[in-house]
Design a protein around this ligand. Structure first.
Ligand SMILES: C[S@@+](CC[C@H](N)C(=O)[O-])C[C@H]1O[C@@H](n2cnc3c(N)ncnc32)[C@H](O)[C@@H]1O
Length: 196
């Protein structure tokens, strides 16, 4: 039976009580954001990261294919007096256009075939902030499907054409429970003048 993921996500976002928390990869690396520019929260969910990007003064876009999540994000943005341009968009069918963003944030969303599109979507000097679950788990949280978890060093491999500024992988070897247990976090940028 084919799973309708869009319906599944609408249901999950509808059941959620709050906005959720911003991604650790962003919270720990706010100093690596540019002072201005165009930012994308890709597969944004209810948009805690988009709101944080907008708060930092970036022109923020937030894409997801869950209308429920986007409605929720719009409500929170209005409440906080922030501007976020939301778009109901299937990011696999319509990835971001080449050289269209200075910042791309991806949190808890793993579609490996999108990686080359994300690299190309960065403007020269643009940065990607990425975090999601690894397979080498300590706390055993996150998706049960191994395909939706990263192999060791996999983010480094997926974004090998970029310059790495920050990388951290907290799997079993770290074995201290923290908010980044079972996660890999990466910040990397496209070289000025690079033509991927
Ligand atoms: C685990 S949630 C993460 C949400 C948010 N990034 C966060 O960190 O809280 C995954 C999100 O991806 C969205 N999603 C899944 N497949 C998608 C697709 N093909 N196009 C757009 N959004 C998608 C879901 O609707 C859901 O909001």
């Amino acid at each position: 039976m084919r799973v309708n993921y869009q319906e599944k996500w609408n249901r999950r976002h509808g059941e959620a009580q709050d906005l959720g928390s911003p991604a650790q990869v962003l919270l720990r690396n706010l100093h690596l954001l540019p002072k201005s520019g165009r930012a994308l929260d890709l597969a944004c969910g209810r948009g805690a990261n988009a709101l944080l990007l907008a708060e930092q003064g970036l022109e923020t876009h937030a894409w997801d294919f869950s209308s429920v999540a986007l409605q929720c994000l719009e409500t929170f943005a209005t409440q906080r007096g922030l501007e976020v341009q939301v778009e109901n968009r299937d990011v696999l069918a319509s990835p971001p256009e080449p050289q269209s963003f200075d910042v791309i944030l991806v949190s808890f969303f793993l579609e490996r075939k999108l990686a080359p599109y994300l690299v190309k979507a960065l403007r020269p000097g643009g940065r990607i902030f990425y975090q999601t679950f690894v397979r080498d788990v300590y706390l055993e949280r996150g998706p049960s499907t191994p395909e939706w978890r990263l192999e060791k060093n996999e983010l480094l491999e997926l974004f090998r054409d970029l310059d790495i500024h920050y990388y951290r992988e907290d799997g079993q070897a770290v074995s201290v429970p923290t908010e980044i247990s079972d996660l890999a976090l990466l910040v990397a940028s496209r070289r000025e003048g690079a033509c991927h």
